[in-house]
Design a protein around this ligand. Structure first.
Ligand code: FES
Ligand code: FES
Length: 1003
């Protein structure tokens, strides 16, 4: 049918199918890629457009419904102010406000947020913070924690009202008294107070205590705006699915309805003859190659137990067949025509029963390749046995032994952009894989055997990514589209639905954990033992390494005191079992949030039972500077362990500053504060958790960078590192700009394409700023050296005595001699490229670290508990973090805010479950609740800088540590409020209510 409507102020008439959604028409027919797909059920809001000025979700609206009406997409907003000779009106004020405040991380939700803000400001020019949060309630963001987007709208509102808004220039220094700086000078200006003419104030900056060893820098340490923020604010087609290709097919997967079964037969004949179907593939049609889907370095530290398609299915949602068709609806129809005869097998859904005698064996395929004592006969994907010192001796020397059992649930990464891939043959018959991945180089390597193609015939392109959080550290769907492109010769697009994200993607390992701790009466820990039973689901991707981290990071924090500090007694044993449930994998934090849920809940129990101060008890036993990371000498994911000394640890200051910020001294232990006046059913509580993470994997993770100068003195920086919305491109470019003496704007960064960018292991293990950053530093240093040599010659040629290149300084786009004379970098570039001894000034460098310096943090939480219903309301989260020197306070604080928000879901509401048949209980955002803007507690981030000597700029990791402490801090705060010890995360209403009602586990 034909419809007429006004689209972005232009009269539009098009033919649409009566059942086409407005989303599919806008994207697929009209190429308006600023409208995003995040679900199919109207729950995430990223498909928002304005219909007659009102935000609507286009995924649940039929295209014919807009007939005669006015539709506005992000593409209607104004343009980049600098488009060459053509005059432009510039951007809508909401767009730069999002860019400047750091409100954009992956940017996948940004067009929707900006449109929603536009509708709000059109009806309410002076909105309150609550009104903005309310307006955002229909758009889910998994990255930001909403703090900066809300501030962006308040800032834009000020601009639109004609007010002066203050530039966002630097982090907020710690005010005297509240956050005493211990001799460290705060840097930057406080943007909060403002001058008298400033009416709009923003509070997007974190508080910061600068490391005394950090030199003042021009670019590093500044709140530079993200290099990709502008295009994301404009809704430019930057993501994997935002391309058009002639003849592109749509792929779909037939998923298993059974949790465990053999496929006796598959009849695809009806599906194959359906008009519009280009290919149907089953296990009989493709190579049978066993592999691991975990996106990790070679050799994969885990069992090889997966096939692209197999004759056996191992969970509800496992793959049975692939279809490629002209349209999505034909592909769906074809799935319904495939006839499969299954032979059901007994299932094991419960991790406790997986290793029981007589349990059904999930992996009985002869191709199975063992790693690290996996034993498929016992459904054991991995086992870990680490002994440091002798815990039995430590227990014997303890005054008290305290044991506890804790559980963590399975949770989903829930990146708003689903997994999506486009594959095609290029003109050289090479297979191009354009994919939303965190690990493009691993994808290329791992698909070689799976596809039967030489590596040199595969090219992987990683465009912008709409969030990953570990979920895309997996070779999850690339093979589906690739097999179908190989079968048909045509481009293929494959994108998961939101339901598939829940039942056929990866998630965080649920675990049952036991801890036993020996303590002396004075609070000295003498021995600490943990056993973790971890559920990897149907496949063992990341089984060993995730669960290894549970002990490696969480159990490493508390070594004990006195002689135990010198020789700690720690045991970490774990079994990782297969069950007939969707596989688990990497999720930001990578096993550490599970470990700290148990460790930090347990430390609280010990402190309360022994009457110890929870802060002092923890600090008494915590790892310190100069000590050996206890696990570094004992275990290294199946490789040779090498002892590593802790060079920087700001934990004590984190505790001091965080405690001051949340008012610990006035609240903890004060019965009056715990009461809510006039509301006897409510109790207040305050809790803490101390945490550590890692920064990359020592002796394994490698990143590289290539830099070349352009004719105008700008630089192209190519990195294989993968910015998945974190801002890593920005902080890498900042490090290059710092060395080369140019503003950030002069660095054109590109990531990543396996044909053009040098190798990088990818975005995981909190490694990019540190590992890839060091590679960028090395490459930039080499380029700077070439510039200095040429500049010294150019400056010396003018009749002045020779200048030593070592004495040349690069700054302000110039090379400066000690006598104050200078040449611009553009002059140096022209000289090098065109005039004299011509050369391309360029360099490539790579970096692998012998150490993995841990960041440390103190996480505080304040809650209110309804003791009648069990409802928990988190009022405030404060995180004080030692992540080394902060390269960009805007992006780094965005990481902490977003991470705390994800962790808050882990703490109180996120949880995946299965019915008796193994079917996933939560298949959308209606069932699986992630925090929305209007539900957010107050968030506060404080950076306590230390200068990590193993990195040229002193940095450590920031991305994963905010995932670790929120859940235990909230659990401890709930216990502080009402005495109930909820040992299973999340601390959901029913669990609190039951603990209060039954009086079990009360401390
Ligand atoms: S609400 Fe439409 S894509 Fe999610
Ligand atoms: S920035 Fe909102 S989903 Fe990533």
């Amino acid at each position: 049918m034909r419809i007429h409507f006004t689209l972005n102020e232009v009269r539009t008439e098009i033919e649409v199918s009566p059942d086409a959604t407005l989303l599919s028409v806008l994207r697929d027919q009209l190429g308006l890629y600023g409208v995003k797909h995040g679900c199919e059920t109207g729950e995430c809001g990223v498909c928002t457009v304005l219909l007659d000025g009102v935000p609507v979700n286009t995924c649940v609206m039929l295209a014919p419904q807009v007939d005669g009406r006015e539709v506005t997409t992000i593409e209607a907003l104004r343009e980049h102010p600098d488009l060459g000779w053509r005059p432009s009106a510039g951007l809508d004020p909401i767009q730069p406000a999002f860019v400047e405040t750091g409100a954009i991380q992956c940017g996948y939700c940004t067009p929707a947020m900006i449109l929603v803000a536009r509708a709000l400001l059109a009806r309410e020019p002076n909105p309150s913070e609550e009104q903005v949060q309310e307006a955002f309630s229909g758009v889910l963001c998994r990255c930001t924690g909403y703090l900066k987007p809300v501030q962006a709208v308040l800032r834009a509102a000020g601009v639109l009202r004609g007010e002066v808004v203050e530039p966002i220039e630097g982090p907020i220094p710690a005010p005297s008294g509240l956050f005493p700086a211990r001799g460290d000078e705060p840097r930057g200006e406080d943007v909060m107070p403002g001058g008298s003419e400033v009416l709009t104030r923003t509070s997007v900056m974190p508080r910061i205590i600068i490391a005394s060893q950090a030199k003042p820098r021009r670019v590093v340490g500044r709140p530079e705006v993200k290099v990709d923020a502008l295009k994301l604010a404009q809704g430019k087609p930057a993501f994997t699915a935002d391309i058009e290709m002639r003849g592109m097919l749509v792929a779909k997967v037939l998923h298993s309805p059974l949790a465990h079964a053999c496929i006796k037969s598959i009849d695809c004949s009806k599906a194959r003859v359906l008009p519009g179907v280009a290919a149907v593939l089953t296990w009989e049609d493709i190579l049978r190659v066993v592999y691991s889907t975990a996106g990790q370095s070679d050799p994969i530290p885990g069992p090889l137990d997966s096939f692209s398609l197999d004759k056996k299915v191992r969970f509800v949602g496992d793959r049975v067949a692939f279809v490629a068709a002209e349209t999505e609806s034909i592909a769906e129809q074809a799935l319904g025509l495939i006839e499969v005869e299954y032979e059901p097998l007994p299932t094991v859904l419960d991790l406790e029963g997986a290793m029981a005698e007589g349990a059904p064996q999930i992996h009985d395929e002869p191709e199975y390749v063992d790693f690290a004592e996996s034993d498929p006969k016992r459904n054991l994907a991995a086992q870990i046995r680490i002994d440091i010192g002798d815990v039995e001796v430590g227990f014997a020397e303890a005054d008290v032994i305290i044991e506890g059992t804790y559980q963590v649930s399975k949770v989903q990464q829930a990146h708003i952009e689903p997994h999506v891939v486009v594959t095609y043959w290029d003109e050289d018959d090479r297979l191009v894989i354009r994919t939303s991945t965190q690990v493009p180089f691993h994808v290329r390597r791992q698909l070689v055997s799976v596809l039967g193609l030489a590596l040199k015939r595969i090219r992987v392109i990683k465009p912008r990514i709409g969030g990953g959080f570990g979920g895309k550290q997996e070779v999850l769907i690339e093979d589906v589209a690739a097999h179908l492109t190989i079968a048909t010769g045509r481009p293929v697009r494959f994108e998961y639905s939101r339901a598939e994200e829940f039942f056929a993607a990866r998630s965080r390992h649920p675990m049952h954990i036991r801890i036993k701790t020996g303590v002396k009466r004075d609070g000295t820990i003498t021995a600490n033992e943990m056993y973790a039973l971890s559920d990897t689901g149907a496949y063992g991707c990341h089984a060993l390494t995730v669960t290894g981290n549970t002990g490696h990071k969480a159990m490493a924090l508390y070594v004990g005191d006195g002689p135990y500090r010198e020789a700690p007694n720690i045991r970490f044993y774990a079994d990782v079992v297969y069950t007939n449930t969707p596989p688990c994998g990497a999720y930001r934090g990578y096993g550490v949030p599970q470990g700290f849920w148990a460790v930090e809940r347990h430390m609280e129990v010990i402190a309360r039972q022994l009457g110890l101060d929870p802060l002092a008890f923890r600090l008494q036993n915590a790892l310190r500077v100069g000590e050996i990371h206890p696990f570094s000498a004992a275990w290294s994911e199946g490789r040779e362990p090498r002892p590593e000394t802790i060079n920087t640890c700001g934990l004590e200051d984190c505790v001091r500053q965080g405690a001051a910020a949340i008012g610990w001294a006035d609240k903890y232990g004060d019965p009056e504060w715990h009461q809510v006046p006039g509301m006897p059913h409510l109790r207040r509580g305050i809790g803490v958790a101390m945490v550590m993470q890692g920064t990359a994997i020592a002796y394994l993770d490698m990143g590289s960078a290539s830099i070349e100068i352009n004719d105008d003195g700008s630089f192209n920086l190519l990195v294989g590192a993968t910015d998945l919305g974190t801002g890593s491109d920005t902080v890498l470019a900042q490090q290059a700009a710092e060395v080369l003496g140019v503003p950030l704007d002069d660095i054109v960064i590109y990531s990543s394409d396996t044909d053009f960018t040098p190798f990088d292991k990818g975005a995981y293990a909190s490694s990019t700023t540190y590992i890839s950053g060091a590679a960028v530093f090395q490459a930039a240093k080499q380029v700077a050296e070439r510039i200095r040599i040429r500049a010294s010659r150019m400056l010396s040629e003018e009749g002045i005595e020779p200048i030593d290149s070592e004495d040349i300084q690069l700054a302000d786009r110039c090379a400066w001699a000690p006598n104050g004379r200078s040449v611009t970098l553009a002059e140096v570039a022209l000289n090098a490229l065109h005039h004299e001894d011509q050369e391309q000034i360029m360099a490539t460098a790579s970096y692998m670290s012998p150490v993995a310096p841990p960041p440390f943090a103190a996480q505080f939480a304040e809650v209110t508990v309804d003791v009648e219903t069990g409802q928990v309301r988190v009022q405030k989260l404060v995180m004080a973090v030692d992540s080394g020197v902060i390269v960009n306070p805007l992006t780094a604080s965005g990481q902490i805010e977003g991470g705390m928000t994800q962790a808050l879901g882990y703490a109180v509401c996120e949880e995946m479950g299965y019915d008796d048949a193994g079917r996933t209980r939560e298949v959308g955002f209606r069932d699986y609740h992630i925090f929305a803007a209007q539900e957010m507690p107050e968030l506060q981030t404080i950076f306590i800088e230390t200068f990590e000597p193993s990195h040229p700029f002193g940095v450590k990791a920031v991305a994963e540590i905010p995932m670790d402490g929120v859940a235990p801090a909230v659990g401890n705060a709930v216990m502080d409020a009402c005495g109930g010890n909820v040992v299973e995360a999340p601390v959901a209403l029913e669990r609190v209510w039951r603990v209060l009602k039954d009086g079990r586990d009360q401390v």
